[in-house]
Design a protein around this ligand. Sequence first.
Ligand SMILES: Nc1ncnc2c1ncn2[C@@H]1O[C@H](COP(=O)(O)OP(=O)(O)O)[C@@H](O)[C@H]1O
Ligand SMILES: [Mg+2]
Length: 432
Amino acid sequence: MKEYKGTSIIISHDRYFLDKVVNRIVEIVDGKAEVYEGNYSYYIREKQERYESQLAKYNQEQKKIKQLEEAAKRMHEWAKRADNEAMHKRAFSIEKRIERMDKTDKPVIEGNMNTVFQEYGFSGKDMVYAKGLCKNYGDKKVLDGLDFLVQKNERIAVLGDNGSGKSTLIKIITGEAEADEGIAKMGDSVRYAYLPQIVTFENPRLTILETVIQALSLREGQARSLLAKYKFKQEEVHKTVENLSGGEKSRLRLCIMMQKDVNLLILDEPTNHLDIDSREWLESALEDFAGTLIFVSHDRYFINKFGSRISEISDGKIIDFYGDYEYYKEKKIFSRQENKEEVRVKAEKRQHEKIETVDKKAKESEEKHRDLEALIDSLEANLTDINCSMENCSEDYEALDSLYKEKVKIEAELEKLYEKWLTLSETHQSHY
Ligand SMILES: Nc1ncnc2c1ncn2[C@@H]1O[C@H](COP(=O)(O)OP(=O)(O)O)[C@@H](O)[C@H]1O
Ligand SMILES: [Mg+2]
C-alpha cells in the first residue's frame, strides 16, 4: 500500500496496519463522519483530546445555561411581586437567549481506548525485545536504559548521529556484543541474517566462488548462476574475498544471506560503500524480501523507501516515530518548536493560575450577588409594609402622602438594584 501512488480508501480494524499506511482517518459516529488528519496513533491521542475539550465545553455551557435560567426565574418572581411588566420582558429575553445559544452535545466515550492502546506491542508478533539496555565503553555512556521492541513486518530505520550507538545496539541484538545492563532477546520464530557495517569473511583467502559454494553447499554451476544474479561477472568469481572492495564484500555477504530462509534482516549502513548501480540492485533485492527489516542508514532515499518506522537513538535512548522519513522530519521540526515537556508544564501552570483567578473573581461576584439579593428582598419587604400601611391609613392624607413618597423612593432604589443585579449576573457568568 505504501508503494501505491494513488489515493486509496481502506476499511480496516487492523490498528497496526492503519498506523503504518494511512494518513487520514474518518470515523463514522452516529451517522456523522469525524475526520482525523493522521494515522492511528494520532487518531487515539486526538480522539481523547477532542473528548476532553468537548466535555469541558459542554460543562461550561450547562453551567451558563443553569445560571441564566435561575436569573430569569428570579426576575419573573420579582416582576410578579412588583407587578413590573418591563422586568418580565427582560426575563423573557434571557430565556430567548438560552434557546438561541449554541449547545454542545454531551460527549460519549466508547470502550476503553487507553487500555486498547497499551496492549499494543506485547504479542506473539514480537521479533526483537530489548529493555533497559545500558552500555559503556570506558567512561563513555553509549546506551542508557534503551528500550526497543520490533514486531513482525516492521521496517525500521535506526537513525542517530555518528557514534550515537546504532552499531552497538545492533551488535547487542545479534549477540555480537554484550550489554552492561538490561536484556535483549529475539522471538522463538526469528531466523535472522545480519549485514554488519564492516563485512569480514571467515576465510579471506577463498575466492568468491569458493566462499559461496562453502557457505551454501552448492555445486559450482549453481553458485555461478547465483553470483551472476548478484552482479558478479564470470571473470570476477576467482578473486579472493580479501581483495574485494567494501561494496563488493557487502554484496557477496547479501548474496549468501538472502539464500537462507530468513524472516528478519538486519543491515548496518548497507548502502555506505555502494555505488548507485549497486544501491539500486540492493533496493530491488530488498523489495522482494517480505520479512521484518531493521537497518541503519544515513541514505535519505533509502530510508524513505524502506523505513516505515524511524527509531532514533539520542542520548542513549530510542525515540520512535511511526511513519516514514517525511513524517519523522515533520515531527522533528514540530518537537523542536515545542520543546515538549517544558512547554506542557508551563501551559498547565498558566492554565492553573487562570482557573484560580477566575475562581476567586467568581467567588467575589457571587458574594456581591448574594448581598444584593438580600438587599432587594428587604426593600421589597419594606414596600409590602408600606402598601399595607397605606391601606390602613387611607383617611389620613398627610400620612398617606409621606408613605407614598417613601414608596416611590424605595421603588426607584429597587429599580437601580435590579439593574445592578442583572449586570452582575452577566459578568458573573462571563468568568467561565
Ligand atoms: N569496541 C569498542 N571499544 C570502545 N569504544 C567503542 C567500541 N565500539 C563502539 N565504541 C564507541 O561507542 C560509541 C558508539 O559507537 P557505534 O555504536 O559504533 O556508533 P554508531 O554506529 O551510531 O555510529 C562511539 O563513541 C564509539 O567510538
Ligand atoms: Mg555504526
